[in-house]
Design a protein around this ligand. Structure first.
Ligand SMILES: C[S@@+](CC[C@H](N)C(=O)[O-])C[C@H]1O[C@@H](n2cnc3c(N)ncnc32)[C@H](O)[C@@H]1O
Length: 227
């Protein structure tokens, strides 16, 4: 019936397919809510095994640790970490739709303290209000590049420093391309971390380094400067 209506209004049945689902829905006044459309019009990159690649082979022990997943998307990475027995999980992401999904996924994890908040990491006052002062482990996978490209080097550095300052032990980052991974590494070194593990994707090309694990070896430069 709907197909017939479409064919009527568009002239031919074929037209409904050739002009695409989004356009057809627009013709009927239906607003698409797919978050990946609104997120810079990019599509979902890779699949979940691809996104999780190397995370649980990095030697990081999640059990009993407080975790921040910065740029947690719909919470699948956090969900996988939850299976490793952390003390708590806090996930934040820019998009409300993602956070709603993450909260729904975690409804089934009642025994594990968890929280998911909408947060733009580039907004210092919101960051101050939303994040805890300390996390044992911060997971920051495939987010910095987006921030860097959209907001530039200064804001991206400020975000990296903010996260580093809240990390008492381990920060896990996935950053590409290689030049950006290098820039991120220098900030982390300056903020008192050393690179303890690095895993490149098997077929790494322009995507650069795959996964880097930084371990805190001293207080951060900015914390020292603040007294
Ligand atoms: C490529 S996805 C990676 C998601 C997840 N970390 C993973 O590895 O599957 C980038 C994520 O960063 C989030 N993001 C981008 N800019 C952000 C910002 N300024 N503040 C918070 N989250 C942001 C996006 O909404 C998206 O969920």
């Amino acid at each position: 019936m709907k197909r017939a209506l479409l064919a009527d209004s568009l002239g031919t049945d074929h037209a409904a397919h050739s002009i695409g689902r989004e356009t057809v829905l627009k013709l009927f006044g239906i607003k698409l809510r797919a978050p990946w459309r609104r997120y810079g019009n990019t599509k979902f990159g890779g699949d979940w095994p691809y996104r999780l690649e190397g995370l649980f082979q990095s030697g990081v022990e999640f059990s009993g640790k407080t975790i921040l997943d910065a740029g947690c998307n719909v919470g699948i990475v956090a969900y996988e970490i939850a299976k490793h027995g952390p003390a708590s999980i806090h996930g934040v992401d820019y998009f409300p739709e993602f956070i709603t999904t993450a909260r729904n996924i975690f409804h089934g994890y009642r025994a594990l303290p968890h929280r998911f908040d909408v947060l733009d990491l580039t907004k210092p006052r919101r960051v101050e209000k939303t994040l805890s002062a300390n996390y044992d482990i911060i997971v920051f996978l495939a987010v910095w590049r987006h921030i860097y490209e959209r907001h530039g080097a200064v804001v991206a550095e400020q975000v990296a420093v903010t996260l580093a300052n809240r990390c008492t032990s381990t920060l896990i980052a996935r950053t590409a391309p290689a030049e950006l991974a290098d820039a991120f590494s220098s900030i982390m070194r300056r903020e008192g971390f050393e690179l303890v593990h690095e895993r490149r994707r098997a077929n790494s090309t322009s995507r650069g380094r795959s996964l880097s694990v930084y371990s805190r070896v001293r207080q951060s430069a900015s914390n020292e400067a603040n007294g």
